[in-house]
Each structure stands twice: as structure tokens, then as C-alpha cells.
Write a protein that binds this ligand. Structure first.
Ligand SMILES: Cc1cc2nc3c(=O)[nH]c(=O)nc-3n(C[C@H](O)[C@H](O)[C@H](O)COP(=O)(O)O)c2cc1C
Length: 337
């Protein structure tokens, strides 16, 4: 029944402008859906947090924490809310999302619109949670990021720090080694939740070296893991800003390469959250075999709709049973260990 409504809804949403479709979803996504998604072998422990499964919704879909009740009832192991900023921000002018349906990809230049942390937390208080919660934060200075961390930490199971937004002037400032050294030092003084940093895809030699520097600083400063990856900077003349970040299927191979690199180079000592172009159980299994403990989706959720989480989880469960793995931990890094 859910699948039937999902198909009709997706048809209408695909005919609308991308941001108008998202606003429409926000208006109707107010309630809990009666979904069933308990798969016995998919539960996984991330340090001291028990997840019912490794699938998460990525940052940016519920930037202002307005749809947690609805989204967390769809079967996800956790939902990422945000990225939230310290103060309200309007983001870039529209149009700022362009879909490429033939490629199951899209480019956005949102520029981190946010209602600001005060309103974000008041929205969050009105929501019910049926899964774990991660809060993504972003800021222009160390002081801002540390202040935000302190304000949101008690409201979430995980904190994700967005170091890699391609659509704001300072969005990737803290991916620079020297800047991240200073930021990670300050974070280590206040850190009290499982904390991830989110990086861009590693494409060239310079980025690969940079990611390895970030990874070793994470280990040094006791930051738990890395979310790999954010969108890939790309041009699109239809965006008001003429450039944005590419997400979806076209990002998958770069995501996989980044996950594998980080896992191999850290000997599995950092948690890795795979994010980028995951559409199917097969994609998710590949990400986990290359070293990810958990994985996040965004663009596939937009294209495939609300029955997707259940479809992916069912597929992974079947794989585990068919191949006689006893649990997910045996799958993580399987190709590399
Ligand atoms: C419209 C849009 C808005 C996004 N906003 C954020 C954001 O606020 N913070 C963040 O860390 N990532 C943001 N992202 C990036 C996603 O979280 C994710 O890293 C990226 O889309 C790759 O995953 P996917 O291929 O499954 O979409 C955004 C992506 C899209 C498409």
C-alpha cells in the first residue's frame, strides 16, 4: 500500500521544481508512518550506540529539524538533521537545485540555508524520534563551530561536522590541514559525543594527501570517524551561482575510492560513514566491504521515494543470510582485511 502511494507521490514531485517539491514534502511529512523494518542481523554497534541498522539519511534533507517524526519512522538506523548554523542564513539565490533524472544525479548550490541553531532546537523539541539522531553542524570560525557543538551535543547521538560544503565562501576552509589541526584541537577539549567530520570526494593526488592528513589528525585528536563524501564541485549554467555540488549515482565511484583509501590507510581504526550515490543494497554492501560501518543516502531517497530504506535493508539482510555471514561486522572491510 505504501509503495502505491509512493509511486503516485513521486510522479507528481518529479514534475515540480526541485525546491518546490521539497517544500511540499515538508508540509505533508508531519506524521509517523506505520513501517516495519526489523531485520535481525542488521543491528550494529557504533562505539556505545546501538543502531537497528547501518542506513542513515544524509545531511541537508532536513536542514531545520522539521521532519524527524516522519523521517525516523521510515526504517533508517539514524537520521542526520542539519547542517545547522549558529545564526540564520538564507543561502544562495534560486535556482539552486538542478536534477539530472537520466543520470539519477543532481547538482545543488544551496549555500547552507539554515534557520539558525535556536529555531532548529525549538523545532527539534516538537519532534518524536523513532531512530537515532545525528546533527550536522557548519561554521566559518573555530569559535562558531565549538559553540554550536556545545549547543547541540546533548540533543544527538552523533555529531557530524561539515568541513566540505562546496557552495559557500568558507565551506571548505577547515578541510585545510593547518586549519583542521587547530579546529580538531579545540574540538577535542569539548567533545562528548561520537563525532564525525565530513569530507569532499578525493579525486586527485593533492586531495588524497589532504584526506590522509585529516584522517591522522582525527586519530590523534580522538575524533571517531569520517563521513565520506560530500558533493563534488561542478559547473552548471542553470544554477544562479553557475556552479554547485554533484550528488547521486555519478558520485558513487569516487565515494567508494575515498572510503577504501581511508579504511586502508587507517587500518580500520576510524569509523567510516559512506555517503554518495548509494541507491541499492548492492551499492551499500560494496561500501561496507570497502570499509564503511554505516552509510547515508540523500539523492536516491529523492528519486526512489519513501519505500527505498526498506528495500535496501531487505536486500542487505538477504545477502547476509545467503552468504552465511553471522553479522554485519564480518562484512565491514571484507575485501581488504
Ligand atoms: C540539496 C542538497 C543539500 C545538501 N545539504 C547538505 C548540508 O546541509 N550539509 C551536508 O553536510 N551535506 C549536504 N548535502 C550533501 C549530502 O549530505 C550528501 O553528502 C551528498 O548529496 C552525496 O550523497 P548522495 O549521492 O546520496 O546524495 C546536500 C545535498 C543536496 C543534494
Amino acid at each position: 500500500m505504501l509503495g502505491y502511494y509512493d509511486i503516485i507521490l513521486r510522479y507528481f514531485l518529479s514534475k515540480m521544481d526541485a525546491e518546490k517539491a521539497h517544500e511540499f514534502v515538508k508540509k505533508i511529512a508531519k506524521f509517523k508512518l506505520p513501517t516495519r523494518s526489523n531485520f535481525d542481523k542488521l543491528n550494529i554497534r557504533i562505539k556505545n550506540i546501538e543502531l537497528k541498522n547501518p542506513l542513515a539519511l544524509a545531511a541537508g534533507f532536513d536542514k531545520d529539524a522539521e521532519m524527524i517524526t516522519f523521517l525516523s519512522s521510515l526504517g533508517f538506523g539514524y537520521i542526520t538533521a542539519g547542517s545547522v548554523l549558529l545564526r540564520p542564513n538564507r543561502g544562495n539565490p534560486k535556482p539552486r537545485i538542478i536534477r539530472y533524472p537520466g543520470y539519477k544525479s543532481m547538482t545543488n548550490s544551496m549555500g547552507l540555508p539554515s534557520v539558525g541553531v535556536e529555531k532548529f532546537l525549538s523545532n527539534l523539541k516538537k519532534q518524536r524520534k523513532f531512530s537515532r539522531l545525528s546533527i550536522s553542524i557548519a561554521g566559518n570560525t573555530i569559535e562558531e563551530i565549538v559553540k554550536l557543538y556545545n549547543l547541540v551535543a546533548d540533543h544527538a547521538d552523533f555529531i557530524e561536522i561539515n568541513l566540505s560544503c562546496p557552495n559557500t565562501e568558507n565551506g571548505r576552509l577547515f578541510q585545510d590541514k593547518e586549519n583542521f589541526d587547530k579546529l580538531s584541537l579545540e574540538l577535542s577539549k569539548v567533545k562528548r559525543k561520537i563525532t564525525f567530520v565530513k569530507v569532499s570526494p578525493s579525486i586527485g593526488k593533492k586531495e588524497i594527501e589532504n584526506h590522509l592528513d585529516i584522517a591522522s589528525l582525527c586519530m590523534k585528536r580522538n575524533i571517531d570517524g569520517i563521513t565520506a563524501v560530500n558533493t563534488l564541485p561542478i559547473k552548471d549554467a542553470k544554477l544562479s551561482t553557475k556552479q554547485g555540488g554533484l550528488s547521486g549515482k555519478m558520485l558513487f565511484s569516487w565515494m567508494l575510492k575515498t572510503v577504501r583509501l581511508l579504511y586502508e590507510e587507517t587500518n580500520g581504526k576510524l569509523l567510516i560513514n559512506a555517503c554518495g550515490g548509494i541507491f541499492t543494497a548492492e551499492d551499500a554492501i560494496k561500501a561496507m566491504m570497502n570499509g564503511a560501518s554505516t552509510f547515508q543516502i540523500y539523492t536516491s531517497f529523492v528519486y526512489e521515494g519513501i519505500s527505498l530504506p526498506n528495500k535496501i535493508l531487505k536486500g542487505i539482510n538477504q545477502f547476509i543470510n545467503y552468504n552465511k555471514f553471522s553479522n554485519l561486522n564480518e562484512v565491514i572491510g571484507y575485501k581488504i582485511k
